[in-house]
Design a protein around this ligand. Structure first.
Ligand code: XIL
Length: 314
């Protein structure tokens, strides 16, 4: 990656960022980068259950629609994130009671209402997000507890609602966790054997400068071998993973980060063209990073653009 030309002109696959509708409106520098550097868009939060389906009988697509309008106005590809997850679940779903059929109806209605709303406007969906624990077992959630076959069913329901959407299973931290990676591969094989419509694997790629290159390459190769589309869906490269308050983002940290990013892009370029869905960064500028907000790590600089929205020399 050089400093110029624009990011989207340096790569032969879609390049995106997760975006926040408020910043698109309030911050001109953010809007400028969002518009010029990227050609794919993911809503950072506004298509998640909690935001889109705040009450049992009420959907709120207003903010998601704003992001979609931004993407459409600039001919950018829109990626849908995410239909089924254990985080950012509205209270009414957490408190839901009923038998398996009632749970299925509830989840099916959620998935199909959202997918139909965005049909033709969203190219692909992270149908199911983060279902496996690091040691490979199925994560115990309200979904796995109440709908034992929820992964397969969710893909089927999403596919019924929009047969043209590319449907992804999305997860993080497969590198260095062979059992988690294996669980995902086993799930893919099982779904394929049952003719369940899964089309892609999202590797979130929330990595840090200490991640082992061979681990990263290994999970990319194993994922690619499934033949599915591959999306690096939430890329960031943390430089201060231990949240050291005396951390200094010096030249050594910058060059380690740059090396890691180069490796990720090189590995992506090695994926067969027809499997390249694209690379999405999780946020645009360091100041917007979820690692600062969600993990309360003020001295974290994981992205391509600095706090002033200048492109870094990486
Ligand atoms: C994060 C958002 O960036 C935060 O703003 C929010 O508070 C929590 O979720 N994996 C995912 C994303 O799939 O949806 C998460 O996004 C980051 C981890």
């Amino acid at each position: 990656l050089g400093q110029s030309p624009l990011l989207k002109d340096q790569v032969s696959f879609p390049i995106g960022a997760s975006m926040n509708p408020r910043l698109l409106v309030e911050n001109e520098a953010y809007l400028k980068l969002a518009s010029s550097e990227f050609n794919s868009v993911t809503a950072e939060n506004h298509m998640k259950m909690m935001l889109v389906h705040p009450e049992a009988n009420r959907f709120d697509f207003s903010k998601g629609d704003e992001i979609v309008r931004f993407a459409q106005g600039q001919q950018k590809r829109m990626h849908g994130h995410t239909l089924v997850w254990h985080n950012q679940v509205p209270k009414w779903m957490q408190d839901f009671t009923g038998d398996e059929k009632a749970w299925e109806d509830m989840l099916k209605n959620h998935i199909q209402t959202v997918v139909k709303h965005y049909k033709g406007q969203v190219a692909g969906w992270d149908v199911v997000n983060e279902s496996f624990l690091d040691y490979g077992s199925l994560r115990p959630t309200i979904w796995s507890k109440n709908i034992p076959d929820y992964i397969a069913k969710s893909f089927q329901w999403a596919n019924e609602a929009d047969p043209n959407a590319t449907l992804f299973y999305n997860d993080y931290g497969q590198d260095g966790k062979p059992k988690k990676m294996q669980a995902i591969l086993d799930m893919v094989r099982d779904l394929q054997a049952r003719h369940i419509p899964i089309h892609g694997l999202g590797l979130q790629m929330h990595i840090n400068i200490n991640a082992k290159n061979e681990d990263i390459q290994g999970v990319i190769e194993q994922s690619t071998a499934t033949g599915l589309a591959i999306h690096f869906s939430e890329l960031d490269v943390a430089v201060n993973p231990k949240n050291d308050s005396t951390f200094v983002y010096d030249d050594a940290a910058k060059s380690a980060q740059s090396e890691k990013l180069k490796l990720v892009f090189q590995a992506y370029r090695a994926i067969p063209k027809k499997q390249q869905y694209g690379i999405t960064f999780w946020n645009i500028g360091d100041r917007d990073s979820w690692l600062r907000g969600y993990f309360k790590r003020p001295k974290e600089y994981p992205l391509l653009f600095d706090d002033q929205y200048n492109r870094k020399a990486i």
